[in-house]
Design a protein around this ligand. Structure first.
Ligand code: ZN
Length: 210
């Protein structure tokens, strides 16, 4: 996909997320890898009203070279791209259900949302670790995300929200949506002792679709 088409797709997918309530105000940011750098949503932009021509362009070293100034949360995206060469796009949201799980003190930090459905496992993978709380903009957050992203496609920032990668922009957006739905199911089922997918069912999914 060329840069013009990727800008148009990013604008359309961001508007779709905003319209369906996955993002409010200027929360959330999205990036995508290009052969010569990255596209990144601008700082203080609303996902519902992006202008494709003003989306920030970054060089391969994440320096701003075009469009509006990039989101201040660009370092979260850099952590994923450097940790995961397979990442073609990164989506960060403050979506309600996933962020609610990120505020629970008693979840398993390695995998706060258990394997309830095959779709969550197929989209997000075997685990989604929680990264401890950091003040927004704290540079110490980047190495913490990078360490967790080595062997996970997505992380949950404590008391903040999810950061999700995908091979393509569409994959990353679909994974962020599936994560939000899985978080909703998990919260609905808390205390109900639901039947989980077994480890061998998870292995089978990741072998077949991973
Ligand atoms: Zn954020």
């Amino acid at each position: 996909m060329n840069e013009t088409a990727l800008r148009a797709l990013l604008t359309a997918l961001a508007a779709s997320l905003f319209t369906r309530g996955f993002s409010v105000g200027s929360a959330g940011n999205i990036s995508a890898r290009l052969p010569d750098g990255y596209l990144m949503t601008p700082t203080n932009s609303c996902l519902g009203r992006l202008d494709p021509e003003r989306i920030s362009k970054l060089d391969p070293d994440f320096r701003h070279i075009g469009g509006d100034a990039p989101s201040k949360e660009v370092f979260m995206h850099r952590a994923f791209y450097l940790a995961r060469p397979d990442a073609g796009a990164v989506v960060h949201l403050h979506s309600t259900m996933a962020t609610a799980v990120a505020c629970l003190p008693d979840v398993w930090a390695e995998n706060p949302i258990p394997p309830l459905t095959p779709y969550f496992v197929m989209r997000v993978g075997r685990k989604m670790p929680i990264v401890p709380y950091y003040r927004p903009g704290d540079p110490a957050m980047e190495p913490a995300i990078a360490a967790s992203a080595q062997d996970a496609r997505a992380v949950l920032l404590a008391n903040h929200g999810p950061v999700v990668s995908g091979k393509t922009l569409t994959d990353a957006v679909h994974a962020a949506e599936e994560l939000e739905e899985a978080a909703k199911l998990y919260l609905l089922l808390r205390g109900a002792a639901p039947r989980l997918l077994t480890p061998s069912q998870v292995d089978d999914l990741l072998t077949t679709f991973g």
